[in-house]
Write a protein that binds this ligand. Structure first.
Ligand SMILES: CC(C)(COP(=O)(O)OP(=O)(O)OC[C@H]1O[C@@H](n2cnc3c(N)ncnc32)[C@H](O)[C@@H]1OP(=O)(O)O)[C@@H](O)C(=O)NCCC(=O)NCCS
Length: 197
């Protein structure tokens, strides 16, 4: 399903479900990653696994339409090229995790994530009625994601996780929370409305 389409940075941006044909690009993002980049992301190599493990994980994120699917992913394309993915892990109404990666380094820092954020939240809460609260659990030293989420108006608390969701090793994280009640405020045009959320 296509969820949205607009111009971004002179390119056509499309937000849609992950499709099997996208998976090679996403596997390459992880398999070709520089070790220093994986360290920066705090990735536990055993959790990351082999290229086949990564491929199987992405294949399981293709949306089936089943209401009880626990993990799904969306991708964004720029002029038809897969540029980022966002994956969700649904655990319970108040415990749902979201992770985001712009897989092409040249597309980072150009407002893609911050300008898409409010609309993405609207779509997620529309599409997944079982979700009341989303958690963004980030590495405290990852200035990009922390700055992006702060810029759009979220705040965080610091928490230790023995078993963080996704690929990271145990550690301290910034936990940003976004609730269903915040959607309307985030879609409102004024800063006052955003901070009121
Ligand atoms: C983190 C990420 C999703 C942010 O998306 P993005 O589209 O690059 O972010 P935006 O361009 O919307 O930037 C929003 C703000 O963050 C700042 N920012 C973005 N990347 C930054 C970086 N690496 N260092 C410092 N600030 C950064 C921007 O300057 C902007 O702030 P400003 O308007 O005050 O200048 C993206 O850069 C990414 O995928 N990075 C690699 C993977 C990753 O770290 N994922 C998160 C794992 S939890």
């Amino acid at each position: 399903m296509i969820y949205g389409q607009r111009e971004h940075d002179g390119h056509e941006l499309v937000l849609r479900d992950l499709e099997p044909a996208d998976i090679d690009a996403l596997v390459a993002y992880w398999v070709d990653a520089d070790p220093t980049y994986l360290d920066f992301l705090g990735v536990d190599r055993r959790k990351l696994g082999t290229a086949d493990d990564i491929r199987r994980r992405f294949a399981s994120l293709v949306r089936t339409g089943a209401p009880d699917q626990e993990r799904v992913a969306f991708v964004s394309t720029l002029d038809g090229v897969v540029t980022s993915y966002t994956n969700f892990h649904f655990v319970g109404p108040d415990e749902n995790y979201m992770h985001a990666h712009i897989i092409r380094a040249g597309a980072r820092g150009k407002g893609l994530a911050s300008s898409s954020f409010a609309n993405l939240m609207r779509i997620v809460f529309e599409q997944f009625p079982q979700v009341d609260k989303l958690l963004f659990v980030t590495q405290p030293h990852n200035e990009g994601i922390n700055r992006m989420l702060t810029k759009v108006g979220l705040t965080f608390e610091r928490r230790w996780y023995d078993e963080p969701d996704g690929l990271p090793e145990p550690g301290w994280f910034n936990v940003f929370t976004f609730t269903r009640q915040m959607v309307e405020a985030f879609l409102a045009p004024t800063r006052e409305a955003v901070t009121a959320g």
